[in-house]
Design a protein around this ligand. Structure first.
Ligand SMILES: *[C@@H]1O[C@H](CO)[C@@H](O)[C@H](O)[C@H]1NC(C)=O
Ligand SMILES: *[C@@H]1O[C@H](CO)[C@@H](O)[C@H](O)[C@H]1NC(C)=O
Ligand SMILES: *[C@@H]1O[C@H](CO)[C@@H](O)[C@H](O)[C@H]1NC(C)=O
Length: 306
């Protein structure tokens, strides 16, 4: 009886597909995409649904960690998850956006611009891109660029080589920001329920932060369509002010660190979600405008032919 109950609970958990910890980690990306889904326009929502692979079951959040899964199969994509600065607290595209071989644009900011441009060809049958992949990459990288240590210092690989203790467990600073802070928050405040954590963040978006949200979305067309360079600048600033601050090799990070950094993590997840939605909304509004334009051109041509 006890065992059967155990089995039932076990299978229920399996069916619920409670995402398990992984390199932002799986939970972080899931939350970003869940929040984004809420803010998509009808047009963007329809385009996303059209592009999602069958395995997503119509849920963008289900494939938001796909880019991590293919990171080693598509080895070239590995540097697209981050950017490094030479130990300074600002981001400069021309200086910092390259892979280890020095190939320009091969960083998280370049990738966001790249996949955004590809998605603009949605509806154009001659587009040679796999837009399903473009969408899954974009959704993931907009999350990554908001994780402060995905724009960290080159010398410590965004905190990866800084070994720390997270409470009593061995970890590294990068992993603390990808996974540990979120996991501890889930356990201590949200009963290990990702849905409750998402709700709490959404509540803040509509109340606590409502005055700031239009500022998050603002992206002047003169810089770039994505504003990803701006998000990277914010991240390295936060990395210096919060992530790296008061941490050295073998530091033990506990309550003080957790309580002062968790609000930063939650706000970055919120910003990433809101901005991902607003980027997709702009992309798919644009593609529609172009379609309309093409139709007009076509009908003018046809009129001439007659
Ligand atoms: C742009 O996307 C293509 C197709 O996935 C990829 O081969 C290329 O490396 C990407 N470049 C950047 C900067 O993301
Ligand atoms: C596009 O990419 C997805 C994910 O990698 C893959 O499953 C699908 O087969 C690709 N589609 C085409 C037409 O290559
Ligand atoms: C909500 O906002 C308050 C005030 O900024 C912050 O202290 C709290 O951590 C936030 N909670 C979540 C879940 O974002």
């Amino acid at each position: 009886m006890g065992f059967l109950l155990f089995l039932r609970v076990f299978f229920l958990l399996l069916v619920a597909g409670a995402p398990t910890a992984q390199a932002w980690g799986k939970e972080g990306h899931y939350m970003v995409c869940k929040i984004a889904e809420k803010y998509l326009t009808k047009k963007a929502s329809a385009a996303v649904l059209d592009l999602l692979p069958e395995s997503a079951g119509g849920d963008l959040a289900a494939v938001c960690s796909w880019a991590d899964e293919v990171r080693f199969r598509y080895r070239w994509s590995s540097p697209l998850h981050y950017a490094n600065t030479p130990g300074v607290c600002n981001f400069e595209y021309s200086r910092d956006c390259h892979n280890s071989k020095g190939v320009q644009d091969m960083c998280v900011v370049g990738a966001i611009n790249n996949y955004t441009t590809q998605l603009l060809s949605y509806g154009d049958a001659s587009s040679g891109y796999n837009l399903t992949e473009s969408l899954m990459f974009l959704a993931h990288f907009v999350g990554d660029v908001h994780q402060p240590l995905h724009v960290g210092f080159a010398e410590d690989a965004g905190g990866n080589t800084i070994i720390v203790h997270w409470y009593r467990r061995k970890s590294n600073l990068h992993h603390v920001w990808d996974v540990n802070i979120i996991e501890t928050a889930m356990r201590d405040f949200y009963d290990n329920d990702l849905g409750s954590m998402i709700e709490a963040i959404e509540m803040n978006i509509t109340n606590e932060w409502s005055d700031e949200v239009s500022g998050w979305k603002r992206c002047s067309a003169t810089t770039s369509m994505t504003c990803a360079d701006k998000y990277a600048s914010e991240s390295i600033r936060l990395a210096c002010d919060y992530a790296y601050k008061d941490v050295e090799q073998d530091s033990t990070l506990g309550d003080d660190y957790f309580f002062s950094r968790l609000p930063v993590v939650e706000k970055r997840i919120a910003q990433a979600g809101v901005r991902l939605a607003s980027l997709l909304n702009r992309v798919f509004r644009k593609t529609e405008e172009e379609e309309v334009l093409q139709l007009v051109v076509q009908s003018v041509d046809e009129a001439h032919a007659i």
